[in-house]
Write a protein that binds this ligand. Sequence first.
Ligand code: NI
Length: 430
Amino acid sequence: MNILIKNAALISMDGKDEPVKNVNVAIEKDKIKYIGDVPKDFYAEKVIDARENLIMPGLVNGHTHVAMSLFRNYADDLPLMDWLKTRIWPVEEKLTEDDVYWGSMLGVVELIRSGVTCFSDMYFFMEETAKAVEESGIRAVLARGLVGSDDDDGGSRFKETRELYRNWHNGAGGRIKVMAGPHAPYTCSPGYLKKVIELAKELNVGIHIHLSESADEVEESLKNYGKSPVRHVYDLGLFDVPTVAAHCVHVSDEDIDILAENMVSVVNNPTSNLKLASGFAPVEKMIRRGVNVALGTDGPASNNNLNMFEEMNLAAIVNKSINRDATSIPAITAVKMATVNGARALGLEKEIGSIEIGKKADLIIIDIHKPHFYPRHNIISSLAYSAQASDVKTVIVDGEIVMEDYEIKTVDTERIMFEAERAAKSLIGR
Ligand code: NI
C-alpha cells in the first residue's frame, strides 16, 4: 500500500541521533520511498496525519518464545532449573499444534500492540508460529528448538527444521526467515551440536542458541568440558555460522573476545535475567569490546510480558547501577539495542532497524501527546525512560498497516484472547 505519513517527529536511527521535527514519510508498497520532501504527485492510498506523534523504526525483539504466553503467570518465583524441570517441561510435553498456534497468536498481538515489528523465536510446532506470523502481518525469524545427545541422529527435530525451512524461509511475502535453534550447550551434547552446525551450513542459515545464561551452566561446562560454554561451542565450530546468542550473562573477558572476534550477536534479556535471578550481563563491556548487543524479552513465562519498552528501560538503568556509573548504557544505546542492533543480530540490517529510503517500511507511530512526554526536552530520553508500550498507536510492517489507532487490523484480538485462555486451561488440565 502507498502511505503518506505527514507532520510527524522522526527518529530514524540511521546514525543521526537527533529527532527531526515536522517531517513527511512516504511509503511505496513495502519500502520507504521518501523522507522529508515528498513530490506533490506521489499518490498515497492512505494519508496519516501524525501531528503530535513520533515515527521510529519498529522494535526488534531478539529473543523470545511467543507460544510460552500460554504459561504466563502459571509458575513463578522459582529458580531456572526448578522452573524448567518441575513446571515448564512437563506441560510442554503435552503441547499440541493448536496450543502453539493460539499461544503464538496471543504473543504476536501483544508484540504488535507494543511496537514490535520483528521478533526472533525458538520453540517447537514452529509451523504454527509461522502461520500466526503470516496472518498477523508481523515479521519473524523462526527456529525449531533442538535438544539431543551424541547418539541422536537429529531425527524428527532435524526433519522439522528442514520442513520449516522449505515451507517458510522467505515465506509470508518474505517476512519469515528460518534459523537452526540448538536450545543450549547443556541440552545439546557436543556430537549433537556438531550435527546442528552441519545442518545450519547445509541450509545456509544462522544459529539461535541460549548461551551462558546462569552461573550453574558455566560451572557444569567447566566440570564436563574444562572450558566455558562460549569457549566450548566455539571449539566445536558453532561460530563458523552467523550466531545469535541469547543471554551471555556469565562471560569472562576471554569469552567476550571470542564473541567479538567471531561477530556473534548477543541478545540481552534484562527482565528474564532479573526474574530468574540469573545475574547481570556485562552489556557495557561487551559493547565496548565490539560485540553487537541486541535486546529481547525472552519467553512471556519468564518475564511476564513482551514489552520491549520495559527492556529498553531496564537495559539503561540496570547497567548504570551494576557499573556504578550513571553514564553506562545511555538512552540512545538502549534504543539502538532495540532497533538497529536487533536487525544486525538477525542479519536483516540492510532491510530493517532504521528508517531510511529504500529500506522496508517497518515503523511505528507513537502518541507523544500524553502527560509523561512533557516537557519535551529530549525525545530519545523519553523513549528509554518515560514511554509506555501502550503509547504505540499505529504499526506498519512491510508497508502494511497492522495496527491503526490502537486497533489491530489483521486478526481478531478478542477471539485470540478467548482461544488462548481455552488452550491454556485445557493444557494444564490434560
Ligand atoms: Ni529463552
